[in-house]
Write a protein that binds this ligand. Structure first.
Ligand SMILES: [Zn+2]
Length: 92
C-alpha cells in the first residue's frame, strides 16, 4: 500500500498506552494500528455504498466518480514517488 505523507499528532500518556496495548493486541506496529483505527472508524461511520470522501452514493466502487478519479491520481502519484525512491535507492 502507498504511504506518501507523514502526519503527527499530540497524545496524552493514557492515549499512548492505549495505542501500545491496541498494537500488541492487533499484532501490528503502532503506526499500522492507527491506520487500522482510521479505516475501521471511517467504515463504521460510512453507510454502505457511499463515497468515502463525500458520502454521496458510490455503488460498490467506494467513491463517487469525482473522488474515484482523485483517489486514483493520488495512488498514481504515490506509485511514481515510490518508483523514484526505488531508483534512487538502487543508485546509492
Ligand atoms: Zn465523493
Amino acid at each position: 500500500m502507498a504511504r506518501y505523507k507523514r502526519f503527527t499528532f499530540l497524545c496524552d500518556p493514557d492515549e499512548r498506552r492505549i495505542l501500545a496495548a491496541l498494537a500488541k493486541r492487533l499484532e501490528r506496529s503502532q503506526s499500522d494500528s492507527v491506520r487500522w483505527l482510521i479505516r475501521n472508524a471511517a467504515a463504521e461511520l460510512q453507510p454502505a455504498g457511499s463515497c468515502v470522501v463525500c458520502g454521496m452514493p458510490a455503488g460498490d466502487r467506494g467513491a463517487c466518480p469525482e473522488h474515484l478519479q482523485m483517489l486514483e491520481r493520488i495512488e498514481l502519484e504515490a506509485e511514481r514517488k515510490n518508483a523514484q525512491e526505488g531508483s534512487h535507492a538502487r543508485q546509492a
